[in-house]
Write a protein that binds this ligand. Structure first.
Ligand SMILES: Cc1cc2nc3c(=O)[nH]c(=O)nc-3n(C[C@H](O)[C@H](O)[C@H](O)COP(=O)(O)OP(=O)(O)OC[C@H]3O[C@@H](n4cnc5c(N)ncnc54)[C@H](O)[C@@H]3O)c2cc1C
Length: 470
């Protein structure tokens, strides 16, 4: 047992649990619960969440030691200890010719932490959607710690993305699929419609809106039956040196040292476009192609999710928000004003003029609807009507102490996108939405709460932030 202050990856959340345990077995989790029956509990994996979802003043259970991987004999599924990193799971699966149907941009998260917040990649549903069954430690009606096995019904839909609110997840069974290769190439686009149109042929694409030049760059990706290409290693070296390291050194220097709006705009208009190699088609293993080393430089991120039919209007609006915060003239003033009027926010945007200069490519990823109750892309009750969602992310590399402007920007984006487009905020990223906003955004929240009442009627697996926002 250790006692001290815990800090998340983004250094924007820190907390001091009164008790701290590191566990390696399911029985140890039950023992911790049994020793503190009247207290509150939170589990953590890799502490990558930027929201306050992981914090606790009470008992913290660190899960990284619970990391077994047991592949089923038929190769269709795998049981994994909750604290196992996604990277370790993918490596183990790869050795037997398997992988996961969905992977995010990094693989450093724990499987329970990643699924607890609906972590996703591009062109597929989230990692939560791949869950077949879950084992959760909680208290029974007599107050004794027990393990629940969940594999169907609303209990499974709730457990797939639970924010840790049902209890301590000790093990997860994921559906698996055979390993596959991806072909990738980069292309520039003048319009959003053109970038999106590429998804017909390249469904795993993700693309970026470059601030200040307002052009798009797509990483167009599709599954490929071709073997790993002869230049795949060279391409990996290029991606690591130019994107993972070069881009981030430049952006960090601009945001932390130079802090010049002019230099940031110059970089995005005149420098960055010339570093991107276009039309170089490369085939590589999906794990290598889909995952970046995005954790090398500390940053903070907010990600908003809007339905496909609203992504163009949301983009026009967000471009204006970035422009005004960055002290530049708006591009779509008439429609932005009309939108803000319609949700009683008129005049609020101009108050922030010049307070934050956005300095990172704005990433767009298409996420398919999930069979969950409260993930950001959860299916509605009328699943036939469900659209794909676009996750639009804003990242800042400013120092933790300099993020006031970013937080005001993120707060404005979250509130306005929720009101104007029904947009949701990633639970595991900076998330300033309140309980009323969330209640309106998640139509299946009541169904989730019913399941939660079965598992945790006393709210022992919640925290102060979740009490406020759910
Ligand atoms: C550099 C970086 C890149 C990222 N890229 C992506 C991306 O591409 N796509 C995306 O969607 N997200 C992404 N994220 C967000 C990240 O996937 C989520 O924040 C995720 O929840 C972090 O997982 P973790 O293991 O660090 O969990 P933690 O931050 O430790 O915990 C997150 C939540 O899970 C709960 N939890 C953890 N373990 C358990 C358990 N055993 N039982 C019950 N509850 C548990 C915690 O209590 C907390 O509520 C990224 C984050 C970073 C820092």
């Amino acid at each position: 047992m250790a006692k001290n202050t815990i800090e998340n990856f983004g250094r924007n959340v820190s907390f001091s649990p009164s008790l701290r345990y590191q566990v390696q077995a399911e029985s140890e989790v039950l023992a911790v619960l049994g020793s503190h029956r009247d207290m509150r509990f939170r589990a953590v994996g890799s502490l990558h969440a930027w929201s306050r979802v992981a914090e606790t003043k009470a008992v913290l259970i660190e899960m990284q030691g619970l990391n077994f991987v047991e592949v089923a004999d038929d190769g269709q599924s795998v049981w994994v200890g909750a604290g196992c990193k996604v990277k370790r799971l993918l490596q183990k699966l790869s050795r037997v010719g398997l992988t996961l149907p969905s992977v995010g941009l990094i693989d450093e998260q724990s499987v329970a932490g990643a699924t607890a917040t609906g972590t996703h990649g591009s062109g597929s549903a989230s990692l939560s959607s791949c869950i077949k069954a879950v084992r959760i430690a909680h208290f029974d009606a007599s107050g004794n710690p027990v393990l629940a096995a969940i594999d169907s019904g609303d209990r499974l839909l709730a457990a797939r993305c639970s924010l840790g609110l049902l209890g301590i997840v000790v093990a997860i069974e994921f559906h698996c699929r055979g390993k596959y290769n991806i072909e990738e190439h980069a292309l520039a686009h003048r319009t959003l419609a053109s970038a999106i149109a590429m998804e017909a042929d390249c469904p795993r694409s993700q693309f970026y809106l470059m601030p200040w030049s307002w052009t798009y760059f797509g990483h167009h990706r599709s599954e490929s039956g071709e073997p790993r290409g002869a230049f795949a290693t060279l391409y990996r070296v290029y991606c690591f040196l130019v994107i993972d390291v070069g881009l981030h050194v430049a952006v960090t220097f601009l945001a932390r040292v130079l802090k010049s709006a002019w230099a940031i705009r110059f970089f995005f208009r005149r420098v960055l476009p010339f570093t991107i190699l276009r039309r170089w088609k490369v085939v590589d293993d999906s794990h290598a192609m889909l995952v970046m080393e995005h954790e090398l430089f500390r940053h903070i991120e907010i990600e908003v999710f809007v339905p496909r039919s609203k992504v163009q209007a949301a983009t026009d609006f967000l471009v204006d928000v970035v422009c005004v915060f960055g002290g530049r003239p708006r591009q779509n003033a008439a429609t932005t004003d009309a939108l803000l009027d319609s949700v009683s926010l008129s005049g609020t945007l101009e108050q922030h003029a010049g307070s934050y200069v956005h300095h990172y490519p704005i990433c767009y990823r298409r996420v398919l609807p999930d069979p969950t109750l409260i993930s950001m892309t959860s299916v509605s009750q009328h699943a036939d009507d469900d659209e794909d969602w676009y996750a639009i992310s804003f990242i800042s590399y400013q120092r933790p102490g300099d993020r006031e402007g970013f937080c005001a920007f993120a707060g404005f984006v979250a509130a306005a996108v929720a009101k104007c487009f029904g947009g949701r905020c990633h639970w595991g990223k900076y998330n300033p939405l309140d309980a009323q906003q969330n209640a309106e955004l998640y139509p299946q929240l009541e169904r989730f709460q019913k399941v939660r009442n079965q598992f945790d009627p006393e709210r022992q697996f919640s925290n102060d932030w979740l009490d406020e926002v759910i």
